[in-house]
Design a protein around this ligand. Sequence first.
Ligand SMILES: [Zn+2]
Length: 194
Amino acid sequence: MSKVVILDGGHGVDCAGKRSPIWGDGSQLLEWEFNRDIVRRIAAMLKAEGIKFEILVPEDNDVSLPERCRRANVIHADCGNNAVLFSVHGNAGGGTGWECYTSVGQTKADAIATVLCKEAEKEFAPDGWKMRFDYVDGDPDKESQFYILKHTVCPAVLSENFFFDNEKDCRFMMSDDGKERIAKVHFEAIKKIV
Ligand SMILES: [Zn+2]
């Protein structure tokens, strides 16, 4: 049986912070909007391919992490413990480039994250983007105690798709080309793992 892909666009319209500075031309990225835009694009690609998916947060407002994990765990149970979750984010903190996370320790998510990292590297590295990989434990993903990764039963991977507080990254994130390529990286990885 093919997997059900759970797409999580983090944060909501009512989230404080989680936004870029207002750039010289008056433009600004709001992370919740970016995350949902990427999720919608991935969903459209999956739909066209006939891959089953669920959008975890159809609402615009912020849905709490416990509620998001509860929903994900229901979907996972309902499909015979055969779901995989992708949580899509924009990064902040003054860096640049692309990275992704799994929960701490070796789980099924690590192999999935490795596939996603390879697709991202193929898409972005040729343009000189920094791939923020961490090979300390033998694979390219980073590990973290992020709530959504720790409290979901299904394998879960969280992608941080460039830095919205860095103008070059943010311009890429706001461009249609950038958003389409970020979505495509997830889609290509999903095709390989479902
Ligand atoms: Zn985020």
